[in-house]
Design a protein around this ligand. Structure first.
Ligand SMILES: *Cc1c(COP(=O)(O)O)cnc(C)c1O
Length: 406
């Protein structure tokens, strides 16, 4: 093949729109003067200027190619933001140091004292603390609803509201929020909808296409997917990112490190392959667990037994990489199960190449008051399994070991 006839610039910038797998490998690539193959790591905090007038111009007129300080923008971080922006189909993207920094910055950029926030109850532990404890300190009124209950959303959104925040599928009970329905109600109430799309990734679910205004990620999960670094991202309209979010990030400083952005660019290259393989194994694992002795219930969006199976299958391309199940014997059974595993690690991360399992009631959701834990279905027998890239038969063999110990 004669590659020279293909239209492209020496800097690697693609001219035409590409499909997901191509975008995840090449989207946002901008080569330096050295024409390196791989994305360059610009591990620099600052930038220099040819003259005093040049420095003045750089500060006066910010452009995409002119960097002044890495708290504001950095070339490696910008490549990561552009690649993720293309994958999400958003107008703009900003990276942050962690997923929590992304959620907090998105909410802080939208909310003011006196505003009302409505959030789904089944949230990642720290997201629940931000909505229920931290934001109310600054005069924001927050209310939680059962995310799977459309009538509860209708009631909560019958009053003027500034922001709706939700997670679907939720962590760890894999509850599904009807995105098209809730965004319609939210907009009628005057609210912007912020979706924590970590469990679905941009590959399985497209909240912006279903009406959401802002999407947040913990890049620590599937985007890195290999347990190396923390990261986060916020995607939305150019207006929101330039006018509201940009200034908040610039002055408060939760910036992503260039080194992490470089790792995450490498993570995005393989994300579609990894996520698809992990979803297939997760479905097989969910089917294996369903109906086993000692297993009270299995939650996985693509199982017909999921309480919202039809909605999950319509809203998501695949079921995701996490399987949640409840052991009949409570905490004692759960701990015995975990301690008998030889392959799957006990760890609270997810979306990783290594299969990881945790007991949410005593780890990720330990700080949640017990009644709130019960309300979202995190009983003492619940285990959350993040299915990795190992051979699915070895994962199942290990689960058998755990079940025998119970
Ligand atoms: C992990 C996670 C976060 C927080 O991300 P960090 O990168 O750990 O800060 C937020 N939401 C969900 C759903 C998560 O799984």
């Amino acid at each position: 093949m004669n590659d020279t006839t293909r239209p492209r610039t020496a800097k690697g910038t693609l001219k035409a729109a590409t499909r997901t797998r191509t975008t995840s490998v090449r989207g946002g690539l901008k080569r330096s003067g050295f024409n390196e193959t791989s994305e360059a790591l610009f591990l620099t905090s600052g930038y220099v200027y040819g003259s005093a007038a040049d420095a003045e111009a750089a500060f006066a007129t910010p452009t995409a190619d002119r960097f002044v300080y890495s708290r504001f923008a950095n070339p490696t971080v910008a490549m990561f933001e552009e690649r993720l922006r293309l994958l999400e189909g958003a107008e703009a993207c900003r990276a942050t140091a962690t997923g929590m920094a992304a959620v907090f910055a998105a909410l802080m950029a939208l909310l003011r004292a006196g505003d009302r926030l409505v959030a789904s109850r089944a949230l990642f532990g720290s997201c629940h603390i931000i909505c229920g404890e931290i934001l109310p300190r600054y005069g924001i009124v927050s209310e939680f609803v059962d995310g799977a209950d459309n009538a509860a959303w209708t009631k909560a959104l019958s009053k003027p509201t500034k922001v709706v925040f939700l997670e679907t599928p939720s962590n760890p009970t894999l509850e599904i929020v009807d995105l098209a329905h809730v965004t319609k109600l939210a907009h009628k109430a005057g609210a912007q909808v912020v979706v924590d799309n970590v469990f679905a990734t941009p590959l399985l679910q497209r909240p912006l296409e279903l009406g959401a205004d802002v999407v947040c990620y913990s890049a620590t999960k599937h985007i890195d997917g290999q347990g190396r670094c923390l990261g986060g991202a916020i995607l939305g309209s150019a207006k929101f990112v330039n006018d509201e979010l940009g200034p908040f990030l610039r002055h408060t400083g939760p910036a992503m490190s260039p080194f992490n952005a470089w790792n995450l660019l490498k993570g995005l290259e393989t994300m579609p392959l990894r996520v698809e393989a992990m979803c297939r194994s997760a479905l097989a694992v969910a089917k294996f667990l369903e109906g086993r002795t000692g297993v009270k219930r299995v939650l996985y969006p693509q199982l017909d037994s999921h309480p919202q199976a039809a909605l999950a299958q319509a809203q998501m391309a695949l079921g995701g990489t996490v399987v949640t199940f409840e052991l009949a014997g409570g905490k004692e059974a759960a701990f015995r199960f975990l301690d008998a595993l030889e392959l799957i690690d006990i760890s609270n991360n997810l979306g990783d190449a290594k299969s990881l399992v945790c007991h949410p009631a005593t780890t990720t959701h330990q700080r949640l008051p017990a009644p709130e834990r019960q309300r979202v279905g995190i009983t003492d027998g619940v285990l959350r399994l993040s299915v990795g890239l190992e051979d699915e038969r070895d994962i199942v063999d290990d689960l058998k070991r755990g079940l025998e110990a119970v």
